[in-house]
Design a protein around this ligand. Structure first.
Ligand code: HEM
Length: 494
């Protein structure tokens, strides 16, 4: 048992109230604790070690510097069965080796190679909408992300197999991260819960029992069924990739199927499946949640949205075409994404469980405690971002503005375990919101408002409590802005 008297202040709320504070209205709860207890406070949730949340810059610097042997990632509270050998749960050298396989797939050249297809996917989605259609932004971004994931991981763009993958991925992720499964995992302990699910998955896979995945009152059984079916498809693809090795294939599945351990042996099939499903989960709800807040900002700030539209059009006119690589790197849309992730980050914090007593800032934090840089509160510090810290002001990122330090801007975490998909996520969101600004006009309940809706946790990410619904008012043609005058005549408006 950790001696709580050695830890930063703990709110007077009961453990259950603290857990609820992290569920619905998490931002308000962080602000309340910040007001009452300061930059650094400890939450003590049921059946878990204490968690020290901090926006103190010295403490965050120490957390980012933690060495692999000082932390235990297997204690991360993810309740879904990714397989315990997934990058996220690995420690030390195994963790770094695993990242080395995946990270090169998100380097600049690889991303440039994917930009045009990402744009095609966004175009297909926009072209499929009708005037007056109501869309929920997080689900819509999630749907686009799944198409990008099918392409990135399996090199699938269309067809039955892609649709089957998409359906299984979506349903598995929704079941695996449902409120019920999250709560059960909290009660049992996430690691034990995952191991229990994984045992069931392996046993039933060995017996060839595919399950139904749709019926049944037990949410964990549906999650296991869906994982079995999804994994069976991935297993077929791994076998095919290994039977016909194509050294030029750059989809993740082919790369992971070719990857080897230190002794030259191929990665275990279950390990490849585990990394594939890990990348799906890593990129899905995170992007959906980030997109939800970005979309709300754009409804509240049509002036900013118009500037994004102007920036994309100017680039098209300069290039003589829509160039996905150039348009995914434009400075103003990048500044808007930064500003949205600063004020409304999808992850409130990221976690490191300490193996030993460790000096973090002025505190000697006991072993068995988790330390979390508080992303939300850090991004709202006046001493970092100035008096206008609460204003949505993309200009603060432009014109030679001072770049924040790694401890000051953390939407993708930091240090040795920082998000591997960051560049892909950012590229994708810039293309999506650049094209929304250029081609689509939405109306919504957020128009003319200045307050953000209350937040709640969905799949470990902070999203607007009741979704972010918008209605399609105008869809402009694909060439809008390039041949501006003729294009404007063709725009369909409600
Ligand atoms: C806007 C979208 C995204 C956000 C906000 C986000 C955020 C994060 C955060 C906060 C972490 C924890 C980092 C830490 O502990 O220091 C993380 C880890 C991770 N993310 Fe992302 N992410 C996003 C998109 C993606 C995408 C697109 C992928 C892959 C396709 C991905 C794959 C991963 C993986 C594999 C890890 C674990 C890294 C490790 O443990 O070494 N993420 N992400």
């Amino acid at each position: 048992m950790v001696d709580l008297s050695k830890l930063p202040p703990i709110p007077k709320d009961s453990k259950v109230r603290q857990a609820m504070g992290l569920g619905i209205g998490i931002w308000d709860y962080m602000e309340k604790n910040n007001r009452e207890l300061g930059d650094t406070f400890t939450l003590t949730l049921p059946r878990q070690g204490p968690m020290v949340w901090t926006s103190d810059q010295k403490m965050i610097a120490d957390i980012l510097r933690l060495k692999p042997e000082q932390v235990d990632a297997s204690l991360v509270q993810l309740p879904m069965d990714l397989g315990e050998n997934n990058t996220v749960f690995l420690n030390g050298k195994a963790h770094q080796d695993s990242r080395k396989i995946v990270i090169p797939q998100f380097n600049t050249n690889k991303l440039k190679g994917r930009a045009t297809t990402m744009h095609e996917i966004v175009t297909e989605h926009i072209n499929s909408w009708t005037i007056g259609q109501e869309l929920n932004i997080p689900r819509l971004i999630g749907d686009i992300t799944l198409d990008v994931i099918c392409y990135t991981i399996f090199d699938l763009r269309h067809g039955e197999r892609k649709e089957k993958y998409k359906e299984l991925m979506l349903h598995w992720m929704l079941e695996a991260t449902s409120d019920t499964n999250f709560t059960l995992a909290q009660m049992v302990g996430a690691k034990d819960w995952r191991r229990w699910l994984n045992k069931k998955y392996l046993k039933r896979t060995a017996e060839g029992k595919m399950g139904n995945g749709k019926k049944g009152i037990f949410p964990w059984k549906r999650a296991v069924d869906l994982k079995i079916q999804l994994a069976a498809m991935i297993r077929e693809d791994i076998e095919a990739a290994r039977a016909n090795v194509d050294e030029d294939a750059i989809d993740m599945l082919s790369i992971l199927s070719r990857a080897t351990n230190e002794d030259g042996s191929l990665l275990d099939v279950e390990r490849v499946i585990s990394e594939c499903v890990g990348l799906m989960i890593g990129g899905h709800e995170t992007s959906a949640a980030t997109g939800a807040w970005f979309g709300i900002w754009m409804q509240q700030r049509p002036d900013v949205n118009q500037k994004i539209c102007d920036e994309v059009i100017e680039s098209m006119q300069k290039e003589g075409k829509y160039d996905a690589i150039i348009n995914s790197e434009l400075p103003y849309v990048t500044a808007c994404l930064n500003e949205s992730q600063r004020l409304t980050p999808s992850a409130v914090g990221f976690i490191r469980w300490l193996r030993h007593d460790t000096q973090i800032g002025d505190w000697n934090i006991p072993a068995g405690t988790a330390v979390l840089p508080n992303i939300y509160l850090t991004h709202r510090r006046e001493d970092i971002y100035g008096k206008d810290v609460l204003d949505f002001k993309p200009e603060r990122w432009l014109g030679g503005a001072k770049k924040p330090k790694p401890t000051e801007f953390l939407p993708f975490g930091g240090g040795r375990r920082a998000c591997v998909g960051m560049n892909q996520a950012r590229q994708q969101l810039r293309i999506i919101f650049g094209e929304f600004a250029r081609r689509v006009e939405f109306t919504s309940e957020f128009d003319g408002k200045t307050d953000m809706p209350r937040s709640r946790m969905i799949g470990g990410q902070t999203e607007p409590e009741k979704g972010a619904f918008v209605t399609v008012k105008t869809i402009r043609p694909e060439n809008y802005g390039f041949t501006e005058q003729s294009a404007e005549k063709e725009a369909v408006t409600a």
